[in-house]
Design a protein around this ligand. Structure first.
Ligand SMILES: Nc1nc2c(ncn2[C@@H]2O[C@H](COP(=O)(O)OP(=O)(O)OP(=O)(O)O)[C@@H](O)[C@H]2O)c(=O)[nH]1
Length: 305
């Protein structure tokens, strides 16, 4: 039984801008995510990607707005700012080897000590290709006397050095339990998110203020076809029957135009032919459901600091 025991949980990568978070995430999750991080930044998507390490699944969550505010925050704001990190099973702080313990890093450590002492924290010193070995040793010591990290990794996210160890360790820290995402969805999850986001964007452009509140787009199916094209089935969920008409438009005109615009952008994005099928459905319990399931169908609670 032990061989087949799976683990799954959440991890968050934090650090100053430019620390290499996206690069590391790409290494862990696969190249497709880089597109996601650019594309989906402004959305409500909270999942940045999913990595597998043997039987262990690591779901990387977003940390929107983290550390942007300089002033002291009240508890509610802190909880909001920390976003996914507050709920993560493990948080990895990324710093740049050649910059070391900067004021920005110190501010993060202070914020962690003050608000997030319950969170398990590992340190990843990134860009080790840019410094000498002896400097790394000194920095490791300095960082570990500044904060009680569970573990320190020396990595180069760009070259992949040390990343396997970090991923493996993260996998082992995840709680035992079934995977949060079925494995056949992991590879194209970022693409599903992007595709949904593109359609949502086109709906917003088309409907402006008319855009129904509580509208979500989900990519239900993604099928790779033998001829190299992709068939993408999406559902636009609205909360009331009346809203369905708004999205469809007269004689389905709005939905058609949105679908065309979204398909064109997707084709350009993927560099191949796309067949996009949109359906509009009413989901009256959207609000209640959304508390349990995010857009991606995943249980996710808001953090409390
Ligand atoms: N030399 C070196 N450069 C790296 C390494 N990892 C990342 N970089 C570079 O550092 C820069 C920033 O990397 P990102 O991954 O975008 O950093 P980020 O933390 O996601 O940045 P924000 O999106 O601004 O928060 C990029 O130019 C990367 O190519 C590394 O291991 N070595």
């Amino acid at each position: 039984m032990t061989d087949t025991q799976t683990r799954a949980g959440f991890a968050a990568l934090i650090g100053e801008p430019n620390a290499g978070k996206s690069t590391l995430l790409n290494w862990m999750v696969g190249a497709k995510v880089s597109i996601v991080t650019h594309k989906v930044q402004t959305t409500r998507a909270r999942i940045r990607g999913v990595a597998m390490d043997d039987q262990n699944q690591i779901v990387f969550v977003d940390t929107p707005g983290l550390f942007r505010p300089r002033r002291r925050l009240d508890r509610a704001m802190v909880a909001a700012a920390w976003g996914g990190a507050a709920d993560a099973d493990v948080v990895v702080l990324l710093i740049e080897a050649h910059r070391g313990l900067t004021d920005g890093v110190q501010a993060i450590l202070d914020a962690l000590a003050e608000n997030m002492s319950h969170v398990r924290l590992a340190l990843a010193i990134n860009k080790i290709d840019r410094v000498k070995a002896e400097d790394l040793l000194a920095l490791t010591q300095k960082m570990n006397s500044a904060y009680d990290f569970e573990k320190t990794f020396l990595i180069s996210a760009e070259r992949g050095h040390g990343c396997e160890d970090l991923k493996h360790w993260l996998g082992e820290q995840m709680p035992e339990g079934p995977w949060l995402y079925p494995d056949d969805q992991i590879a194209d999850l970022p693409m599903r998110m992007i595709a949904a986001e593109i359609t949502r964007e086109k709906l917003t452009l088309r409907l402006h203020q008319e855009l129904p509140y509580q509208l979500t787009v989900e990519t239900e199916k993604w099928e790779e076809r033998k001829d190299g094209s992709a068939r993408i089935d999406q559902i636009v969920y609205v909360s009331r029957d009346g809203h369905k008409g708004i999205v469809l438009g007269k004689g389905g005109e709005t939905a058609k135009a949105v679908s065309k615009a979204a398909r064109e952008e997707l084709q350009e994005f993927l560099g191949r032919k796309v067949h996009l099928f949109l359906q509009v459905k009413v989901r009256p319990n959207w609000l209640e459901e959304s508390e349990r399931y995010s857009e991606m169908g995943l249980d996710f609670k808001d953090g409390n600091a």
